[in-house]
Write a protein that binds this ligand. Sequence first.
Ligand code: MN
Length: 464
Amino acid sequence: MSLFKYKAKRNLKTSREPAAKARNKKTSELSFVVQEHHARQLHYDLRLEVDGVLKSWAIPKQPTLDPKVKRLAIHVEDHPYDYKDFEGTIPSGYGAGTVEIWDKGTYSVEGANAADSEKAMRQGLKKGKLHFSLQGKKLKGDFYLIKLNRTGKEKEQWLFMKKAQTSKKTKSSETPQLTHLDKIYWPKEKITKGDLLRYYSKIAPYLLPYLKDRPESLRRFPNGIDGMVFFQKNLIDHPDWIETAEVKHSNKKVHYLLIQNEESLLYAANLGCIELHPFFSRINKLQSPDFLIFDLDPKGASFEKVIQIAQEIHQLLEEINVPSYCKTSGATGLHIAVPLGAKYPYEVAKKFAVVIASEIIKKLPNLATLERSIAKRKGKVYIDCFQNNFGQTLASVYSVRARPGATVSTPLKWSEVKKGLDPKNYTIETIFPRLKKWGDLFSAVLGKGIDIALALRNLKKINK
Ligand code: MN
């Protein structure tokens, strides 16, 4: 039935074009063909097998793989299945000229089998929108045919175009050239800027949740770890596709970089941002951090003490039913994070941290202090709770540090936080086997937050 028009238009006694027959056998894969047709005007005939015939469109200009180029496609009569192999000269009459196969292969709709793909094609033809993937020699990947609602035209006009591969890949093409990849960033280890970019590309799936929507302070080391460093918060000059967030500080407005995806992560790394220092809060709830952090930095005290204090904090928090997660800072200390779920303002988070720190100092008066001045610490470890302030930033989990060995701020199991732990052993190399083995040990830090009031009641109980 559907080949009636095909037959009516041609004199099949004089033309060697295939007879008006539908395919009778079932095929396991659907075929497509594009024929270059040197008729009165050169055009390309796209034909897709559906239900035993070839649904056909005449495309006046050569199809392209550029997703930005949309080709007009005139819907024409169905062609017999065997037409897919036809090459030759059509004598005078309809379509007179030569036909050559320009491309051919198979196609499917979202990887479905032939029957399901045909079903989707039938529905798509009714709706005027077809989405299919071609496996040809020239045409590869996902394509659209979209019907235009133009009235007064004798034949249906459609548009044929390549689907932009993924938003990710389209964005990559927008990413500016990564530069100076051979520059040595870690002279002793001969680690290059290219190695840093490769690390960030590989770690991106794990790291990005800790960066997304968080204003980012840039610490740029354009000449590697031994070169100058400059701090940059306000990012004014950047490509269009880079997102920034305007944050009001008491005395000024700052436009911070937002690292929203792998491309913007690599953009930052390409600027020489070895380290990533995001806010604890996200732009939609900028006054409420997702977590609080106890920052344990020995600064001259022994790391043994840091370990003991970390264990003590963990134990106390366990006793009051508060989960906590430890990571190396990537430098010389440890960070202990407690999830807050963006439920409390910074001020409340900080006060809670100070309450806990004060308890620890009561227990370990010879090891821990809340004394900020290094001279007055007298070899004790400062439990820094004041990073939990609006606008403060710390090296993110999975951030590389601009330190010898290309160390990484690495999440630890609490069972690893014991004598012998050495932050230098956690690097851009060692992180990946750990991730493979245990996944992201820090993921709960972005999860459900604690109930601070309940935690304080629990603390009162155990202090009785
Ligand atoms: Mn034609």
